[in-house]
Design a binder for this molecule. Structure first.
Ligand SMILES: O=C(O)CCC(=O)C(=O)O
Length: 300
């Protein structure tokens, strides 16, 4: 696979996202898929949310239905292998520089015929940093067509003001679909074959509808940042609850390339702190449901 082209880089800078088709080499794609299907199979024995699984409603032994496999890079080495591969590094270094940290990973396994929607949001609303050189890479591990609940993005939203993600004064991790400033009618669907990947900026407005297809929609997400982007204390995020030793160890352990910086680079970025928090902020699904987010996608 070729490095990010200058056209792809300028598309990302203009739109806040870029789709790169057939980006993942076939051999590692097959292994990522096999490990993922095996993890879904193993979830048949699981009856409640755990460190690995976030269960969807209706999950049972006969029909496993997951919202997500949590932090897959900690669950099986193949996810880390692709993260550190030259293929991926050549795509993200032009956007983030030579020093890159993984902040979190997740594998959203939207179950067939209805897996949970993800309401419209900007990732930035959950974890503002000292600058916005942060992005998410979404690796399609299944073919994702229009009816499979693809990611949808609003072009150019990453350069617009930060939108409210509050309901009745509580952070709910979702934009009110009636907020005209969100320009939801401009949405573009990110569809492609397994092995394609998208990159979206941390401030790009995005969401996804339920999966109306017959197969699980498998999307592996790596949340990455420049190593001199420091999380702003008080945000709801994977860093919540870590003391200084834990945070420093976490950052160093999760370097993808280069070194963690102690210099925090401050940019002129818009920030709304995600406070007060909802009652359950353990995942975006729980944040949106317990925060009372208004749905753009529910069919009732
Ligand atoms: O899986 C999806 O469709 C979107 C996931 C997402 O936006 C998130 O987890 O922040």
């Amino acid at each position: 696979m070729a490095p990010l082209t200058s056209q792809q880089k300028s598309d990302y800078e203009r739109d806040g996202f870029v789709l790169i088709e057939n980006a993942v080499p076939v051999e590692i794609l097959s292994r990522l898929q096999a490990v993922t299907l095996d993890l879904i199979h193993q979830s048949r024995e699981v009856t409640q949310n755990s460190d690995v699984y976030d269960l969807d409603t209706g999950h049972c032994k006969a029909t496993p239905r997951l919202n997500r496999i949590k932090t897959p890079h900690d669950v099986h080495p193949v996810y880390k292998e692709f993260l550190h591969s030259v293929t991926l590094l050549e795509l993200i270094k032009p956007l983030l520089g030579e020093n890159i940290r993984l902040n979190n990973s997740k594998l959203n396994t939207k179950a067939a015929q209805g897996g949970a929607p993800v309401e419209w949001h900007q990732d930035w609303s959950f974890y503002p940093h000292t600058n916005d050189d942060l992005l998410a890479v979404g690796v399609m591990l299944s073919d994702i067509g229009e009816e499979d609940g693809p990611l949808q993005m609003i072009p150019g939203s990453h350069r617009e003001p930060v939108l409210s993600h509050f309901n009745d004064g509580v952070f709910c991790g979702a934009i009110n679909p009636e907020d005209k400033a969100a320009r939801l009618s401009d949405a573009v669907s990110i569809t492609g074959q397994a092995g394609s990947l998208s990159i979206h900026h941390v401030r790009t407005t995005h969401g996804s509808a339920p999966n109306m297809g017959d197969n699980p929609r498998l999307l592996l997400l790596y949340e990455l940042s420049a190593a001199d982007a420091w999380p702003i204390s008080g945000a709801l995020s994977v860093f919540t609850g870590m003391n200084q030793h834990e945070l420093w160890d976490y950052f160093n352990k999760n370097m993808v390339c280069g070194e963690q910086s102690i210099a925090a680079r401050l940019s002129d970025v818009p920030v709304l702190m995600p406070l007060p928090p909802p009652t359950d902020a353990t995942s975006i699904f729980k944040t949106q449901s317990s925060g009372g987010a208004k749905s753009a996608f529910s069919q009732t």
